[in-house]
Ligand binder design. Structure first.
Ligand code: NAD
Ligand code: MG
Ligand code: MG
Ligand code: MG
Ligand code: ZN
Length: 458
């Protein structure tokens, strides 16, 4: 006679073994095994393995998109937590699998749609890093000279900080409307000898475009030049091509591909610093560019800036907080408009961080100064280099403690609480006379989208 306890224990072992096989398949990204095991035993879906992690968490941990999708399509519960109280979404986010995080946030078709549109590669405009900056090479004059002479090196041309660009055919499909004009060393050789030219080494390509011929085994170096020569004369350097200067910073700089925008953010901010620091901030003597454009040194031998390290000798970045303030009810957000905004446009509040201030304090101070609203908790979300001239926008979500609005009319014309649905309409159904958001290339837009995405799971 078989002891029923033995049968039960054997069954339990078999189930546990199956659970382990199932979570292991999810962890390895084996979609076929995951699907076949679910079809044999649907109850496996949310079962945790011995370490407390279920299949969805492991797929999220290891970046397996299709497995995550399969598990969700079978109804996996995305709110289950592991022993550290993390959901699969928390895990995907922690390990940087943004696309899986977005997938996990969606609860229905509507929010899937919303989230799908938040992922045009998920990169924040101006923040791509296609070049390796190779900072250790900046003081290697021989290496720099060699790179400047190479035929495959790329030179970008700026006049008064505006880049020389050409229009792209819409058929390129990248969404970019303009592209940076690339010059070879022979074309800019003479320009580099002019006293008003400033040269900055940007870095070397991390990846070679597959279409470009393998002219050398080394990746191409990129440089930026700001010239004070007559812009009309400079245009002729490009030959017959249809080139123009992208002059309006807040508009013309937003039409590039993600990679070019990243290069532009670096080049323009460093060149802007050169144009503003031609004279030493310590003694007023002239200063000269060194370290491939990453340092300016005072020409006055007795200047105290030559003793020790001084931040005035290096390119400057101004930190700015930009925040989407949420109403305590979680269903509205605070947006403001400056007088200069187009009609109907509202955006996140923003302000420069002051010396001796934390990000959180700056968020609370700027929101209260500009809108009269008091803010409690603050959470960092993402940042964006903003090369106008050289800010770093530090994007946060913040929760209001008070709701009465009293704007500082010097900075803001109007601030209002906008219900979630109005914001969704403005994001996904185009702007309306009621609410027009800033373009998607801005972090303000991305913060709003992020809030809508997060909220869809609540
Ligand atoms: N990418 C985006 O989504 C986005 C959105 C909003 C603002 N921004 C940028 O953020 C920056 C700051 O926003 P703001 O204008 O509301 O800031 P703000 O609220 O601090 O007000 C600006 C004022 O601060 C003072 N100020 C203090 N430190 C400064 C500094 N280092 N440089 C210039 N002025 C300084 C000046 O008097 C200036 O007029 C703006 O330059 C804007 O270009 C970007
Ligand atoms: Mg302010
Ligand atoms: Mg402001
Ligand atoms: Mg301020
Ligand atoms: Zn000096």
């Amino acid at each position: 006679m078989i002891d029923s306890r033995v049968v039960k224990s054997v069954r339990m072992n078999m189930t546990e073994e199956m659970v382990e096989r199932f979570v292991d398949a999810a962890s390895r990204g084996d979609v076929a095994a995951v699907s076949s095991l679910i079809s044999r035993c649907a109850s496996l879906l949310d079962r945790p393995g011995a370490n407390g992690w279920n299949a969805l968490m492991l797929a999220a941990r290891n970046g397996h998109y299709t497995v995550t999708e399969t598990l969700l399509s079978h109804g996996a519960d995305r709110l289950v937590v592991n022993r550290s109280s993390q959901t699969a979404y928390d895990i995907a986010k922690f390990w940087g699998h943004t696309h899986i995080g977005n997938l996990l946030l969606g609860t229905d078709n509507q929010s899937q749609h919303i989230l799908a549109t938040t992922d045009p590669s998920q990169e924040i405009y101006f923040s791509a890093e296609p070049l390796d900056r190779l900072s250790e090479r900046r003081s290697d004059a021989t290496w720099q000279q060699d790179k400047q002479n190479r035929p495959d090196s790329v030179f970008l041309l700026f006049s008064e900080l505006s880049p020389l660009v050409h229009s792209l055919e819409p058929s390129t499909g990248s969404g970019a409307q303009t592209s940076l004009c690339r010059f070879s060393s022979s074309l800019v050789k003479e320009l580099l000898l002019k006293p008003g030219s400033v040269l900055v080494f940007l870095g070397v390509e991390r990846r070679r475009p597959s279409s470009s011929p393998e002219t050398s085994s080394e990746p191409s170096a990129w440089f930026a030049i700001n010239s004070t020569e007559d812009p009309e004369v400079l245009l002729k350097l490009g030959g017959e091509k249809d080139l123009f200067w992208a002059r309006r910073p807040n508009r013309d700089l937003l039409n590039f591909s993600q990679d070019e925008a990243g290069i532009l953010a670096q080049a323009r901010a460093v060149l802007a610093w050169h144009s503003r620091y031609a004279f030493c901030p310590t003694c007023g003597s002239s200063s000269r560019s060194e370290e491939a454009g990453y340092k300016r040194t005072c020409t006055n031998a007795s200047c105290s800036s030559l003793q020790g390290v001084h931040n005035t000798s290096y390119p400057r970045v101004d930190p700015v907080v930009i925040m989407l303030v949420l109403h305590p009810d979680g269903e509205q957000c605070l947006l403001g408009r400056k007088k200069v905004f187009p009609t109907g446009m509202f955006s996140c509040l923003a302000g420069f961080i002051e010396p001796g201030e934390s990000v959180e304090s700056a968020v609370r101070r700027e929101v209260e100064e500009e809108s009269g609203v008091k803010v409690g908790s603050v959470r960092y979300v993402a940042c964006q280099p903003w090369p106008v001239p050289s800010s770093l926008m530090i994007g946060c979500l913040a929760v209001a403690l008070s709701t009465d609005i009293k704007v500082d009319e010097n900075e803001i014309e109007e601030a209002r609480w906008f219900p979630r649905q109005k914001v969704i309409d403005a994001l996904f159904r185009g702007g309306s006379p009621v609410l027009l958001l800033s373009p998607q290339q801005t972090i303000a837009h991305q913060l709003v989208k992020h809030w809508i995405g997060c909220n869809s799971n609540l």
